[in-house]
Design a protein. Structure first.
Length: 92
């Protein structure tokens, strides 16, 4: 994910190690909550197969009986929704 000219990983490199760990724990909790409460079941499925199982979009489409373009749109909409939600969170 890009933040200005830097990725999240690049920004994390500038934070002391102990604060990075705390931030990662907090961010994981927030992401889980956003996924659970803000995404549709289908969006959750697609993200799970893509990120947790390592399947590509064609494999996910076959597993779910969907067109690959539908899976692609579903993934993009889910990520957009997550980004939107994260952008409105108060800064830590």
């Amino acid at each position: 994910m890009q933040y200005g000219n830097q990725t999240l990983e690049g920004l994390l490199q500038q934070i002391p190690q102990d604060e990075q760990s705390q931030y990662r724990i907090w961010l994981n909790k927030v992401l889980r909550e956003v996924i659970r409460t803000q995404l549709t079941h289908r969006q959750q499925e697609v993200l799970h197969f893509y990120y947790q199982c390592g399947l590509n979009l064609n494999q996910i489409a076959k597993a779910l009986g969907l067109d690959p373009s539908t899976v692609c749109r579903t993934k993009q909409r889910a990520l957009k929704r997550i980004r939107l939600y994260l952008s409105i969170l108060p800064k830590q």
